[in-house]
Design a protein. Structure first.
Length: 183
């Protein structure tokens, strides 16, 4: 007797174990969506590792082990997302508080918006993303000297926009100064 084809074998494993694995993950998750994600990832792993899935009743135990690891990965991911959200909330709150005491925090944003798309992009890549001219050259698909020229000109145009709005760029912190003044 020939062993079943991979698709047929997977279908047999799936049909024989779906309810048990679904119950296993549902009892260990807070939401049906999380359970569905864990269930689909468990059976996707079974498909990828079909040759490793034991035959008979041992398949269910193997799937429980996979589901256990999938659920652990979900929990770690949830913890990372929560920690990131807390960190971002803290940083954004601190930023908002630092900007709150300034004369017109929207004025810098407005001056930035008045620049061309190309100027905004090169300034954002250096100021917001923290990229070096060499890295910006890769992103923009041009040479490093071209990036340096674009950056210099964009900083000058931003400084002009800020000055025309009557703003002292030094009041807006190091990041705004970095955007306007070449290092």
């Amino acid at each position: 007797m020939n062993p079943p084809e991979p698709k047929q074998r997977f279908e047999e494993i799936y049909m024989a174990n779906y309810a048990a694995v679904m119950s296993y993950v549902r009892r260990r998750t807070d939401s049906p969506d999380d359970a569905a994600d864990a269930l689909s990832e468990t059976f996707a792993t079974a498909w990828r590792k079909l040759d490793e899935v034991p035959r008979g009743d041992e398949a269910r135990l193997w799937l429980y082990g996979v589901a256990r690891r999938v659920l652990a990965n979900q929990r770690r991911g949830d913890l990372r997302r929560t920690a990131l959200a807390v960190r971002l909330r803290t940083e954004l709150t601190a930023w908002a508080e630092s900007v709150a005491g300034e004369d017109d925090p929207d004025a810098v944003r407005d001056a930035f918006k008045r620049l061309s798309h190309e100027d905004r992009e090169v300034l954002a890549l250096v100021g917001w993303e923290g990229l070096s001219p060499a890295e910006i050259a890769v992103v923009l698909g041009c040479s490093r000297p071209a990036v340096r020229v674009r950056l210099h000109r964009a900083r000058k145009r931003l400084a002009k926009e800020l000055a025309s709005a009557g703003l002292d760029v030094s009041r807006y912190g190091a990041r705004a100064v970095d955007l306007v003044e070449a290092k």
